[in-house]
Write a protein that binds this ligand. Sequence first.
Ligand SMILES: [Zn+2]
Length: 247
Amino acid sequence: MTFDTDGLVIKAQNTGEQDRLVTLLTRKYGVIRAFANGARNPKNRNASATGMLCYADFTITKTAKGICIIKESTAKDVFFSLRSDIIRLSLAQYFAELASELAPREEEADEFLSLLLNAVYLVSDSKKPLGLIKAATELRLLSLSGYMPSLVGCAACGTFETPEMRFCPMTGKLYCSDCVPQEASVPVPASVVHAMRHICLTDPGKMFSFRLSDDNLLLLVDLSERYLHAMTGKRFATLQFYKTMTR
Ligand SMILES: [Zn+2]
């Protein structure tokens, strides 16, 4: 069968003499792997659209054995400004690795693709703090994947909010100032609770629109990363690289 979909290249590997094997986050079929024959030849018609972190329209044929082959592609955005900034590029590559871990396979992934495109666009072309984009992308991706933290109120008594609450990065649970969690927890001011609720629950188009003080943003970044690690059980190589770059 042959199908059309737009998608973002989240992994590109060299194979054969001049071929590429790419992993795509597609709108219609989630994460798929596809061969682009000859695409490492700059004159090949699929050369530009099959590079790492290119967003493109693809026409893909799936063989009887289930192998996907890219027939046609039209690049829509190559996020050119990313390519000259190693820190921004490494953060975008981390998002790509996260998506390959968390996005569905062979099923519709409209929200995942829209989130990834927004995140990569902001990383390449905005003045927002990278920590804000990183934490928001992590928490929203986790939420889309079924790992939304329990932010509606205190996990013990249900209280919606106290000026300071406690968040448990291992479980994603929130506690008010009167309840003591059994598990390890971190005190969080209401502004950070608001930011986490905003990220996970607001309209996709508004999820990056919030502000925090520098200290609270650092706290959000730390909590988000610890929660992500607890939920996925993974150490992402691209994250380690990004952190080495920003240390
Ligand atoms: Zn409580």
